[in-house]
Ligand binder design. Structure first.
Ligand SMILES: N[C@@H](CC(=O)c1ccccc1NC=O)C(=O)O
Length: 249
């Protein structure tokens, strides 16, 4: 199913029957990805007296409750409400869902005992390309990213200068395969989040950060059409399903 999208002065031809799903599923398992010191998500049948909401237990339907945290348990998209006193809702601020994106691969650099992504690396990867969205794949890129337990591991993060660079370049949607764009333990400074959302000036209410993606190795660096879908929760963050479409010509 081939379609052509008119984007500014370009024509972007994509095949809708070849989606590249870069989300991490949420499952009720210790093998679910995890961060921020939470236990694994739970998906469990509702019980009422001796009734159990499971067909295998005699009910007519499977009827599960789900317990999870969007920031800790899988691919999620957040807006500035993640770090402001007023809880802006992602569902009110992400209103269009197709974006022109660049997938880039970055090998984190050592900095003050941490691993980081610098402005120079993103500058090298983006050059003078104008994009709505950047999809950052960090190296090494192995399937353990689907089930890794990140708590107390001090994962790679973005330097503040890198987030400022993306903001100044007009990137509206930042997607990354890490639990956060900021350092795990930073006394609440969240320098990269603050810089990207411009919290010291006019808030970038329409800008989003999507964390915990997984970009399979078969997806090459380059231009894509991104479909960024979210579950309609009124909250700072919600589970999301980013899907890429390769541009055919
Ligand atoms: N680095 C912060 C914590 C933090 O960033 C955070 C904590 C819980 C859930 C999500 C977080 N950040 C996500 O981007 C701190 O040390 O206070």
């Amino acid at each position: 199913m081939i379609t052509t999208i008119q984007y500014k002065s370009r024509k972007l031809k994509i095949d809708l029957s070849k989606p590249l799903d870069i989300s991490i599923p949420i499952q009720s398992s210790k093998h679910n990805v995890g961060a921020w010191h939470l236990t694994e998500p739970r998906i469990e049948p509702v019980t009422m007296d001796d009734w159990v909401g499971s067909v295998s237990k005699g009910a007519a339907v499977n009827f599960n409750n789900i317990w999870f945290n969007p920031h800790a348990h899988g691919t999620h998209t957040e807006c500035v409400g993640h770090i402001t006193e007023k809880v802006h809702s992602i569902n009110k601020h992400l209103k269009t869902f197709f974006f022109f994106a660049e997938v880039v691969t970055v090998a984190p650099e050592e900095f003050a005992g941490d691993f980081v992504i610098s402005k120079k690396q993103l500058q090298f990867a983006l050059g003078n390309k104008k994009r709505d969205a950047i999809v950052i794949r960090t190296l090494p890129n192995m399937r353990d990213k689907l089930s890794k337990q990140y708590s107390n591991t001090n994962p790679t993060y973005l330097l503040e200068e890198a987030a400022i660079y993306l903001k100044e370049k007009g990137i509206k949607h930042l997607l990354i395969d890490l639990p956060s764009i900021d350092k795990e333990k930073d006394d609440g400074n969240l320098l990269a989040h603050n810089a990207f959302w411009n919290t010291k000036g006019k808030l970038r209410l329409d800008a989003t950060i999507t964390e915990f993606i997984f970009v399979p190795n078969k997806v090459e660096d380059g231009m894509y059409v991104l479909n960024l879908q979210i579950a309609s929760f009124e909250n700072d963050a919600t589970p999301s399903k980013p899907v890429l479409y390769k541009i055919l010509e």
